[in-house]
Each structure stands twice: as structure tokens, then as C-alpha cells.
Design a protein around this ligand. Structure first.
Ligand SMILES: [Fe+2]
Ligand SMILES: [Fe+2]
Length: 361
């Protein structure tokens, strides 16, 4: 590993550290293969030098290369062994958690909480060593989601959120477990309702809402902290009078329930479901920003949305005007409206109100 001035970098060099700009936003993750465009971007951000690996890899050299010819950030991730490793560990982890909960619920066996926690932290570590949890989870949306994959997603999102909030180690553990166990009561809800396509009836809504109480009943006698049990019971409480099961203001709920509710809604909206496609993270951030304090705790919401959007820097996106480009800047005060580089021009979505990001491509 060596530090190289930006004006001496050459395509094919590989970043040996996460690269941040002056706003502390990630420009490139560790392990990113530099191209001419990437090096110009470092200069654009006035980054003087970066650490790179000793090895240099071959990148296609073609002066007429257009943006579609270069593997997108998403394509790079999908073909990266680090991602494939994460995906396989993630799937194992989901199966393991499902087995454990089935044993607890159907056979009344005890629960090894520390093993559940170790498994989740193992995935977080893999994420830290590659693209980060958001980018990795964001690229695993191709399969129909189910309760246990969603639970693990929310656990990982709560883990990173707790880290951003600089919580103590035991609080990060609590946040992770709160996410992991928040929806276990859904095992008691029939699939015909959980996976129903089309609108739910009033009665079906009521049945789904019982999952909070069902979760609490399952967790009540398990060796878990009250915060984790409360998060399962209270993560659907809101300030707008539409929360459940008690419909109380969120100030009266457990802080871990408030943390889970932010990660939960973000994951539910961005995930592919059997009855609808996943929503773009920028659209999700925009909706959650708009809902704001009528539904969520502003401390958790603001930290989460800004950092969530920032993690999508470098992604190639399709705009609603049909143009394609790369996200190169996310404003702190308006994270759902980034600047997108389309060819040689910069489209600042915070000013171009008529254009939205349709999808990540
Ligand atoms: Fe829930
Ligand atoms: Fe959930």
C-alpha cells in the first residue's frame, strides 16, 4: 500500500481505503478500481492524494468509451467476489435465524442470543471490508423478500445507524437485536395475508397489526433485554394517530422502537415484494423526509436518511427524463436530491424540481 498524489494516479490502481470528500461523504469505497473518470472526480473534489494497493489491474482503454460501456457501480458490485461472499453468508444467516426461531416457537427450546448477535456482526464486518452494508443490501433486492430476510436487513441497518450515532458497543448490540427480532410475530400471520397481492381488507389489516403483540408474546420469556421486546411491541407507533398497537405518541415509546421504525420502513419500501417492485432509495428518502416528525423520531430519521442517501454516491441512475448518469454529490440538507453527472453536464436535482431519479441501474 502506498500514498500517491492524485495527479500521479493511473487507471487500474485500486483504492486501499475508503475515500471521503471535504464534506465527509464517501467518494469511492476501498477496493475501487480507478478509471480516468474516477481520477478526474478525485481532482474535482480537491483530494490531493490517496492510498492505493501495490497491485494494478487492467481496465478497458478506449477513448470513445461511453458511460454504458463502463461497468456501473452496481455491475461492479454484483460481479465482485466480496459481494458474492456477503450474499452467501447473508442467506446462511437468514436460514440459521429462521431455524432458531422455529425451534424456540414450536419446540420451546432456549435461544442462543450471543450466536444470533455474532452472526449479524460477522455480516457487518464483511460489509465494512467491502462496499458497506447499504450498497450490499441495495444490490440484494432481486428476490421476493420474506420476514426473516427483512429482519436481518433491519438488524444490519440498525447496527450501522447506531454506529453513525456513535452509540456505545452495548447499545449497538441492543440496536442490532432490536432489528433482528422486531417482526418475529409475523410467523403467526397466514401467508395468504402477508403476501396478498392487492389491497388488504379492514380485517386483514387488523390481523397484520397483531404481529406486534405476537412478537412480544414470543420474546417475553426469552433471555433478551426489555428494549428488544419493547422494540418489537412498539415499532409501529406513530405521532399521526395511525400507530398501533396502542396508538400512543412516539415520545412515549422505547427509543429502540423508534430506531427500528426508521430502518423498518426504509427496508420495506426499498425491498422488492411479491405485490410491487422495490422503490428507489432516493424516492424512499424523499417520502420519509416528507413524513418527518409526524411519524418518526427526528434524531434517528435525519441521521439515517442523510447517511443512507450518501451511500448511493457513484451509483448509475435512470432519471425520469430518460437520461442516465452517475450520482456524484448528495447535499446534506436535501439528501433525496443529489447532483447527477449526465455525460459532460451536471444535473442538480435540488434545482431541477421536475426531474426525479426513477431507478438505480
Ligand atoms: Fe412490523
Ligand atoms: Fe418490519
Amino acid at each position: 500500500m502506498k500514498r500517491i498524489p492524485t495527479n500521479e494516479l493511473i487507471p487500474g490502481m485500486v483504492t486501499a481505503e475508503d475515500i471521503y470528500n471535504y464534506n465527509n461523504q464517501m467518494v469511492f469505497p476501498r477496493g475501487f478500481v480507478l478509471t480516468d473518470r474516477a481520477i478526474s472526480r478525485l481532482a474535482f473534489y480537491a483530494i490531493d492524494s490517496i492510498r492505493v494497493d501495490d497491485k494494478i489491474v487492467t481496465v478497458p482503454k478506449n477513448p470513445t468509451l461511453v458511460v454504458e460501456d463502463i461497468p456501473s457501480h452496481r455491475e461492479q458490485i454484483l460481479s465482485d467476489p466480496a459481494f458474492l461472499h456477503f450474499k452467501s453468508e447473508f442467506d446462511d444467516n437468514v436460514d440459521d435465524f429462521k431455524d432458531r426461531m422455529n425451534h424456540v416457537i414450536k419446540k420451546n427450546t432456549s435461544l442462543d442470543v450471543s450466536k444470533v448477535l455474532d452472526n449479524a456482526f460477522h455480516l457487518v464486518d464483511i460489509g465494512k471490508q467491502s462496499y458497506g452494508i447499504f450498497d450490499l443490501l441495495g444490490n440484494m433486492r432481486e428476490y421476493d423478500d420474506e420476514t426473516y430476510a427483512h429482519s436481518l436487513n433491519v438488524a444490519l441497518l440498525c447496527n450501522v445507524m447506531a454506529g453513525w450515532l456513535r452509540l456505545k458497543e452495548e447499545e449497538i448490540e441492543m440496536a442490532t437485536l432490536s432489528g433482528m427480532f422486531h417482526d418475529v410475530g409475523k410467523i403467526q400471520i397466514p401467508d395468504a395475508i402477508l403476501k396478498k397481492e392487492g389491497p388488504l381488507t379492514e380485517i386483514e389489516h387488523r390481523i397484520i397489526e397483531t404481529h406486534t403483540m405476537e412478537s412480544y408474546k414470543i420474546l417475553r420469556d426469552l433471555p433478551l433485554h426489555d428494549h428488544v421486546k419493547n422494540a418489537a411491541l412498539m415499532h409501529h407507533e406513530r405521532n399521526d394517530g395511525r400507530g398501533y398497537p396502542f396508538n400512543v405518541p412516539i415520545q412515549r415509546t422505547d427509543p429502540y422502537a423508534r430506531m427500528v421504525s426508521v430502518a423498518d420502513v426504509y427496508d420495506a419500501m426499498t425491498s422488492l415484494r411479491c405485490y410491487r417492485p422495490g422503490m428507489s432509495p432516493f424516492k424512499t428518502v424523499s417520502i420519509m423526509e416528507h413524513e418527518g416528525i409526524s411519524k418518526y423520531d427526528p434524531v434517528f430519521l435525519n441521521t439515517f436518511l442523510e447517511r443512507a442517501a450518501t451511500s448511493y454516491i457513484n451509483n448509475r441512475v435512470l432519471l425520469t427524463n430518460g437520461e442516465k448518469g452517475e450520482v456524484i454529490y448528495i447535499p446534506h440538507d436535501n439528501p433525496s436530491r443529489p447532483t447527477v453527472k449526465v455525460g459532460d453536464k451536471y444535473v442538480d436535482l435540488s434545482k431541477e424540481k421536475d426531474i426525479d431519479i426513477k431507478s438505480i441501474i
